[in-house]
Ligand binder design. Structure first.
Ligand code: CDP
Length: 224
């Protein structure tokens, strides 16, 4: 069975950069589970389905074609034949994604797609519930966290927030709203999975965090 390294944590905690780096170092495939929820949300908005209309979202999901493929050691996808590109990173999707991701039917479907990626090879998957729900049996679980102000600064430094003309305070507000919804939902809320190693990235360089995780995975593997 291919190994899974689970990296969970709140928005802009450094998960994406760290997970990519860990995947590269371990010659594994990188999977961004949040991008799957964002892809579904993008499709819902574009189809004109009100994000709050659960029945309509579920009906739409049943007919959705979600095709995964491997590109440069990362899993990518097309939704009904289309690659949404950077549209999934914009504020329109960010504002609705937690609502869509809170629906159990959406989570069940996305979890099936996520679990299938393990057939492609060893994976490093980042998200909110990878160590707790998607792959609870993996021994390799990490939870990254950082101060909200630092997370807002990092997210703002990414070009999309600036292109959309948002300032750091607005980005912080948006992150807080999403954190509250993600932590408070009934289904698979954001929390530290039992057995996960917690790493605070507020004052740590990304490379240092990558190295710490890789060292830990290698030593756990050697001792198994
Ligand atoms: O990159 P960022 O941390 O801002 O978020 P993301 O990983 O792209 O995830 C976007 C949203 O998808 C989150 O706010 C959650 O609502 C949802 N999500 C989830 O519910 N479960 C996951 N495993 C990953 C994301």
């Amino acid at each position: 069975m291919n190994t899974v390294v689970a990296i969970d944590g709140p928005a802009a905690s450094g998960k994406s950069t760290v997970a990519r780096g860990v995947a590269q170092a371990l010659k594994s495939i990188y999977v961004d589970s949040g991008s799957f929820y964002r892809g579904v949300t993008w499709w819902v908005l574009r189809a004109g389905i009100p994000a709050g209309d659960r029945a309509a979202v579920i009906r739409g999901l049943a007919g959705l074609r979600f095709e995964k493929y491997l590109s440069e050691q990362a899993v990518r996808y097309r939704v009904d034949g289309e690659d949404p590109g950077t549209a999934i990173r914009g504020e329109a999707v960010a504002e609705r994604v937690s609502e869509i991701a809170a629906m159990p039917e959406v989570r069940n479907q996305v979890n099936r797609w996520l679990r299938e990626t393990r057939e492609l090879g060893p994976i490093v998957m980042e998200g909110r519930d990878i160590g707790s729900v998607v792959f609870p049996d993996t021994p390799y679980k990490f939870y990254l966290d950082a101060d909200p102000a630092e997370r807002a600064r990092r997210r703002h430094a990414e070009s999309i927030a600036r292109e959309e003309g948002r300032d750091v305070a607005q980005v912080l507000e948006s992150l807080r709203r999403r954190d509250t919804r993600d932590s408070g939902r009934a289904e698979a809320p954001l929390k530290v999975a039992p057995g996960a190693q917690v790493i605070d990235t507020t004052h740590r360089a990304i490379d240092e965090v990558i190295q710490a995780i890789v060292t830990q995975v290698v030593s756990w593997t050697a001792s198994r």
